[in-house]
Write a protein that binds this ligand. Structure first.
Ligand SMILES: *Cc1c(COP(=O)(O)O)cnc(C)c1O
Length: 428
């Protein structure tokens, strides 16, 4: 395929935008080459500035679960925009989407809308600290909760249980309050708690990890985490920015039947507009301003266009009883088809999948945490990525990303993809 115009646009963008992109992973640093500029998208397909058609397995990193330019969202946004795009005053549609979200998700009474997943997670942690009166948090290596300071932390060296900053600009002071645990390792969590008695406000986790490839929680892991939180008076935060309204109507809480204390949302909940949200039972949410002492605010929070898009998206998911089954079925079909051709071509690999999240790892061992995910062969991944791109299949430009399956994909699209994987795997 030819990417002449994309390449030219990228050079122009680099002059005025750092790295030419407004979010780093778009820059193709993990795979080499220059990013593709999108002109438009419809259903399962992207159309780029050079006129190429690509089958899209990123779907804006999750939101377009019902396909690009999903008509009810487009219509809702257009109608709302005609009536004014922001007021900084309450609107009825905020209550409508809040009521719908609360009815779909287990264990939440109240929800607050913000503008991104980052804001949701950052605010959830502040709320947990304010509510519990404790400062430290536990997060898991390889889980992503947005780019706020408390989360840009890597494991400390040696026997240290403290985290250290993994980006310049994050202070040591902030890093000290974030403890790093290994995903799927409950003993490691217990050790951190024992070493920091009565100091831990919350544990934040992606209930299915999606930012180191797709990594399912081991059988019993989430339940054990719930128990350890209860035993130590620690709040459990499920970061469902990726899994919420994707794995089931009620997200991972619903799928695994585990109660979180605070739940974070983003991606699907905004239908492709900038939206995040966090939610909890009433007693916790009432700790937020203006009822409670924990401050949190936003000029554009609950923006009418964003709420209209989110409401149309959630309504679409809520009124289609088969949508999550269909998504599972399509993803399983893709999984089996890819495994068959990769095995046939003797490519060492592991495929992880939960619902409509799936990732291919060029690793021979099970991928269960950040360490095992990082063992994947990145050179093979790069070839795989560029090979698929040449065939018209767009997957995330990094081996650490999940593919997001959309309901707009047909079985023909999936067969096309499996054929492309077959062709590309002969070149790996
Ligand atoms: C994408 C993501 C975030 C951050 O959301 P943004 O809207 O990009 O700020 C947080 N947590 C998880 C699990 C995510 O996948």
């Amino acid at each position: 395929m030819i990417y002449k115009r994309s390449s030219a646009l990228f050079i122009e963008a680099e002059r005025v935008i750092p790295g030419g992109v407004n979010s780093p992973v778009r820059a193709f640093k993990g795979v080499g080459g220059t990013p593709i500029f999108v002109k438009e998208a419809k259903g399962a397909y992207l159309y780029d500035e050079d006129g190429n058609r690509l089958i899209d397995y990123i779907n804006s990193w999750g939101p377009m679960i019902l396909g690009h330019a999903y008509q009810p969202v487009v219509d809702a946004v257009i109608e709302k925009a005609k009536k004014g795009t922001s007021f900084g005053m309450p609107t009825e549609i905020e209550t409508q989407i809040a009521e719908l979200a609360v009815s779909m998700v287990p264990n939440i009474d109240k929800i607050r809308f913000v503008n991104s997943g980052t804001e949701a997670c950052m605010s959830a942690v502040r709320l947990a600290r304010g509510y519990s009166g404790k400062d430290k948090i536990i997060k898991f290596a390889g889980c992503y909760h947005g780019h706020s300071d408390s989360f840009l932390i890597q494991a400390g060296s040696g026997a240290s249980t403290f985290g250290t900053p993994n980006s310049p600009g994050v202070t040591k002071g902030t890093a000290q309050d974030t403890l790093l645990a290994r995903y799927n390792d409950i003993e490691n969590v217990k050790e951190l708690i024992a070493a920091n008695p009565n100091a831990i406000a919350c544990i934040i986790i992606e209930p299915v990890a999606g930012n180191m490839g797709c990594i399912p929680p081991k059988e019993g892991f989430l339940k054990a985490l719930r128990d350890v939180c209860d035993a130590n008076n620690i709040l459990l935060i499920f970061d469902e920015v990726m899994t919420g309204f994707r794995l089931a109507k009620g997200g991972a809480q619903d799928l695994y039947n585990i109660k979180a204390d605070i739940v974070c949302f983003g991606k699907v909940i905004g239908g492709g507009l900038p939206v995040g949200a966090f939610a909890a039972r009433e007693e916790i949410m009432n700790f937020l301003a203006p009822v409670g002492p924990v401050y949190q605010a936003g000029t554009l929070s609950g923006n009418p266009l964003a709420m209209a898009a989110g409401l149309a998206m959630l309504t679409g998911l809520n009124t289609d009883p088969e949508v999550f089954n269909r998504l599972d079925e399509k993803t399983e079909y893709l999984h089996k088809g890819m495994a068959l051709v990769l095995n046939k071509n003797k490519i060492v690999h592991t495929i992880n999948r939960v619902g409509s999240m799936i990732s291919v790892h060029f690793a021979k061992d099970d991928v269960i945490d950040f360490e095992t995910s990082a063992k994947g062969n990145n050179d093979t991944f790069k070839k795989f990525f560029h090979g698929l791109l040449d065939e018209g299949v767009y997957i995330a430009p990094s081996a650490f990303e999940t593919w997001f399956i959309t309901d707009a994909l047909t079985f023909e699209d999936l067969d096309f993809t499996i054929n492309a994987v077959n062709k590309v795997s002969k070149t790996l």
